[in-house]
Design a protein around this ligand. Structure first.
Ligand code: UN1
Length: 538
């Protein structure tokens, strides 16, 4: 049986795939290659609930580098057949993914909350983001438009086609354990690529559920493979798979530091990865801004998801005439915010896991003598309590939200991402100065301005080097069908989401077809339209 018949319409949307046996259930979450669980993991690790670290969500069997290579080989073999399936039929599979995500929305969101501590309302929004992504791309299966282009010669036609890139390795973070992977996996599959996905180990149980929903939606074995591995083994496996010519595209969401290494590795193989990295996202508050609205935006941008979004607010840059009022209102809003148990109605819960808590503690060390700290800092404990805390702070990795006023452009806190609940505040006098401050850290993911003057809004958008600009809205919370990505240290110019991500997962092929019956040479045999003028020499 060749690959094409294996993925025929009947096998995909008929009963065969939907009712196929699940891979045998193991006590540990294992990698899945060619639809089979990979036995004999090299090592194992536990994924725990960060809001209640005694709650083990799952044991994860970690694979060695060879499993990533094997998964890439399997993906390579499956790719021809998958891409031969007409795109509208691949779109039907994506439609099924969306249906299964909708049917499992509450359970999947509850699992996200349990495994990474994101408040339930946000977790539901995150699953909705997958559904929105499926909604968009199921229709793209009936578009994937190419163009017809006029030829400079008679009896000749020119066309463009989008072709899949081939096999894609997706390496994703766990702060958006399902939405962000869907931004890669859904369009990659729709465009006719096959995928090896390496999710974060601290969100592996969620990623296994996500995989199961794809498999049961009709994504054939081998078309989507999942490898659970630690960072060094992933890097080694990726290097070997690239070396063996088994990978055509890498998508990575994570830190700028790791992104730089992945970019270097891909560059050595003449590949340009899709990189979605860190941010130090500025919010400018002008003298005419609605301050209450700005405070609401700063609270959600800075402390939503405990500041652990790549789009989280880094520094508020406030016009000096409204600085004192803004800081007072912002301080009061942060003091009143509900934090704690993420299954309850809270603004934010714990940090994602121990590694993130340790990283955040390090960035709290950037607070310097000239800063004015508003609120408590550090872990919420019996000795360092937070009034109104929801639940038991001792159970999890909970940190105080903190505002640091008086940050200066050379401060570490001004320049570097913290990935936790701290927001810096500084002042400016002219808008040009505010823009220069916003650009200073050298990231360029998202940005925001609160103003009632349209001129200021457009001046800011023009001057700020950011992939995303919000006017009177949060730095975070981008909609799922606008281009998402950053400049500078936030990425390499790649964009995800909407039609823009198609350029990551397809390559343009141009085709010229000459039916004149003779060799017509471009430029040489082309009739020219003459004009008569001799330019003059001095
Ligand atoms: C991320 O943190 O990697 O715009 C992605 C937002 C979310 C996605 C964040 N929709 O904040």
């Amino acid at each position: 049986m060749n690959a094409f018949t294996r993925y025929s319409h009947e096998t995909l949307v008929g009963t065969e795939i939907r009712q196929r046996e699940d891979p045998p259930v193991s006590s540990a979450i294992l990698s899945v290659v060619a639809g089979e669980r990979v036995p004999g993991p090299a090592r194992s690790t536990a994924s725990t609930n960060p809001a209640n670290t005694a709650d083990v969500v799952g044991e994860i069997g970690l694979a060695g580098p060879e499993v990533l290579v094997q998964a890439a080989r399997v993906a390579r073999e499956a790719q021809l057949g998958w891409s031969a399936l007409p795109a509208p039929q691949r779109g039907q599979v994506i439609a099924n993914v969306g249906r299964l995500m909708t049917a499992n929305k509450a359970r999947l969101a509850a699992l996200v909350t349990r495994e990474i501590g994101k408040p339930l309302a946000e977790a539901l929004g995150e699953v909705q983001e997958i559904i929105d992504t499926c909604d968009f791309f199921l229709g793209e299966g009936r578009r994937l438009y190419g163009q017809t282009v006029p030829s400079e010669m008679p009896d000749k036609q020119l066309f463009t086609f989008r072709r899949p890139v081939g096999t894609v390795v997706v390496i994703s973070a766990g702060n958006f354990p399902v939405a962000v992977p869907s931004w890669y996996i859904v369009p990659a599959l729709l465009c006719g690529n096959t995928v090896v996905w390496k999710p974060a180990t601290y969100s592996a149980v969620v990623s296994d559920a996500f995989y199961q929903l794809f498999a049961h939606a009709g994504v054939p074995a081998g078309v989507l493979n999942v490898v659970h591995a630690d960072g060094p083994d992933t890097f080694t496996g990726l290097e070997q798979a690239l070396q063996a010519g088994l990978v055509d595209k890498v998508g990575f969401t994570g830190s700028s530091e790791v992104g730089r290494r992945i970019g270097e590795l891909c560059g050595r193989h003449l590949q340009s990865p899709c990189l979605e990295l860190g941010g130090k996202n500025p919010m400018v508050v002008t003298e005419n801004a609605d301050l209450e609205l700005a405070v609401e935006g700063a609270l959600f941008s800075g402390f939503g998801t405990a500041g652990q979004r790549c789009t989280s607010l880094g520094t508020v840059i406030v016009q000096e005439s409204v600085h004192a009022d803004f800081v007072e209102l912002f301080g009061a809003a942060v003091a009143a915010a509900r934090m704690g148990d993420p299954t309850q109605d809270v603004l934010f819960g714990p940090l994602l896991d121990e590694k993130f808590a340790a990283g955040f503690e390090k960035s709290l060390g950037w607070i310097a003598g000239h800063h004015r700290v508003i609120g408590s800092t550090g872990r919420v404990t019996a000795d360092n309590p937070r009034s109104g805390f929801v639940g038991d702070p001792a159970a999890g990795l909970f940190y105080h939200p903190v505002i640091v006023a008086g940050v200066r452009p050379d401060d570490e806190l001004f320049l570097h991402e913290t990935f936790g609940p701290v927001v810096g505040v500084t002042t400016y006098s002219t808008l040009d100065e505010a823009i220069a401050l916003g650009n200073k850290p050298g990231y360029g993911l998202s940005s925001s301005i609160y103003t009632t003057d349209p001129r200021q809004a457009f001046q800011f958008a023009q001057g700020i080097s950011a992939g995303m600009v919000s006017v009177n809205n949060s730095t975070s919370g981008a909609e799922a069908h606008l281009p998402f990505g950053g400049n500078g240290k936030s990425g390499n110019g790649s964009r995800q989401s909407g039609i823009w991500v198609l350029d990551q997962f397809t390559r343009w092929q141009s085709l010229n077809w000459d039916y004149s019956g003779k060799l017509q040479k471009a430029q040489l045999d082309t009739a020219t339209v003459e004009a008569d003028f001799d330019f003059r020499l001095p």
